[in-house]
Design a protein around this ligand. Structure first.
Ligand code: S3P
Length: 431
């Protein structure tokens, strides 16, 4: 049987709802809690394939995890020196965050570990993490001269602090260095060209560790212990909300209320760009969920216009380019995106996937080396398009199809990586 999903065109969307927990924060909640000094209850945990990859790795490292219900788990931390040697290869599945953050943690442990991942993760670049960790005197070896998974981490006596200037803005690389840095002698300093999402830094604070922040640099000194909070309440994921923000903006007569979404300023680039495009988004009920700010969004249909944006804002909306492309397809005029070369090494080459698949729907899009040129308001048609097993490509295609004349998505179930009930919500909002 063909693995496809048919999305039909939708009229005015209406709804008032919560979206699932933030993927980045769910991963970090599990990893930090595993290294904590007492059990932590994680509420609104994102029960998706990616976060379950992290849970399975943590369990394989000897940490007990209880599932209270679908979105609530308890992690029984064993302290920062309490992990034990896994008896099998750790499998990060499709999840770059699981892999790269845990490389930082495991590089500092006194035992041997190995990692693999799915077909997509085995093609993604690993030197960006292996290089700085090797400078810290960690020992990691992997396929094709340390380029790709599978990967082995060999125990060393101790790690040395480094002062590292990252060639790219990447929260995964930054986090791996900080997590290794907490075990190293001296102060490890990491500097990014632009600040990427800072959930790791906030999570360190939640577990009682002070970091030194200056400009786009972060310093961490050797850590004695993690003091666990009793619970962590994960905010809703703005990267998942992004699909509905764009859907309601471009489908006439829509009004959606989306509740309890994380509005960490390192993640809200999507709001800035959509507002520049003329979107009608109200942000209300701002409050704190631990160290992370959250709010409700009210979004109504609007006439959008094309915009230009580039490298500086990119880390604040890197995961939203597929759905912002859809916004641009429905906007008046051209949208020009640059500084997005990182998209070529995500779950798939997203620039190539965006150009190929939306073109099948009639969109006028050119991928450049590091971005996209989208000519708005091209005549769209129904089409059959491929997700490349990339969750964000599948969801962006679904929204474009719903706003245009329908779409058939091949390999649609990859949405389970970050938003397991995405298609159910989509159908409910159309009613
Ligand atoms: C993530 C960081 C980003 C993002 C990914 C999640 C994280 O990747 O694209 O979906 O949780 O740290 P990079 O840090 O590689 O840009």
């Amino acid at each position: 049987m063909k693995d496809i999903m048919k999305i039909i065109a939708g009229q005015g969307l209406k709804g008032d709802f919560f979206i699932p927990g933030d993927k980045s924060i769910s991963h970090r909640s599990v990893m930090f809690s595993a290294l904590g000094d007492k059990p932590v209850r994680i509420k609104n945990f994102l029960n998706s394939q990616d976060c379950l990859s992290t849970v399975k790795c943590i369990q394989a490292l000897g940490v007990k995890v209880d599932f209270i219900n679908e979105n609530e788990i308890v992690i029984y931390g064993k302290g920062i020196h309490g992990l034990t040697e896994p008896s099998d290869v750790l499998d990060a599945g499709n999840s770059g965050t699981t892999l790269r953050l845990m490389m930082g943690i495991l590089a500092a442990q006194p035992f041997f570990s190995t990692f693999t991942g799915d077909q997509s993760l085995r093609k993604r670049p690993m030197r960006r993490v292996i290089n700085p960790l090797s400078e810290m005197k960690a020992k990691l070896v992997s396929r094709e001269d340390s380029k790709y998974l599978p990967l082995a981490i060999i125990p060393v006596d101790k790690l040395q602090a480094i002062n590292y200037a990252m060639p790219m803005a990447s929260a995964q690389v930054k986090s791996a260095i900080l997590l290794a840095g907490m075990y190293a002698e001296g102060e490890t300093i990491v500097t990014e060209p632009y600040t990427s999402r800072d959930h790791t830094e906030r999570m360190f604070e939640t577990f009682g560790v002070k970091l030194r922040k200056f400009g786009t640099s972060i310093g961490i000194k050797k850590v004695d212990k993690f003091v666990s909070p009793e619970e962590i309440v994960v905010p809703g994921d703005i990267s998942s909300a992004a699909f509905w923000l764009v859907a309601a903006s471009i489908i006439p007569n829509s009004k959606l209320i989306i509740r309890n979404i994380g509005i960490n300023p390192t993640r809200t680039g999507i709001l800035d760009v959509l507002k520049d495009m003329g979107a009608n988004i109200e942000i209300v009920n701002e409050k704190w969920s631990g160290k992370e700010p959250v709010a409700d969004f009210i979004v109504r249909s609007a006439e959008l216009k094309g915009v230009t944006f580039g490298a500086e804002i990119m880390p604040r909306l890197i995961d939203e380019i597929p759905i912002l492309t859809v916004a641009a397809m429905f906007a008046e005029g051209d949208t020009i995106i640059s500084g997005a070369g990182e998209l070529r090494v995500k779950e798939t080459d997203r620039l190539a996937a965006i150009e190929a698949e939306f073109t099948k729907m009639g969109a006028k899009i050119q991928a450049t080396d590091d971005g996209l040129i989208i000519h708005g308001k091209a005549a769209l048609k129904e089409a059959e398009c491929y997700s490349y097993h990339d969750h964000r490509i599948a969801m962006a295609l679904a929204i474009a199809g719903m706003a245009a004349h329908g779409v058939t998505i091949q390999s649609p179930h990859c949405v389970d990586i970050s938003y397991p009930n995405f298609y159910t919500v989509l159908n409910e909002l159309k009613k």
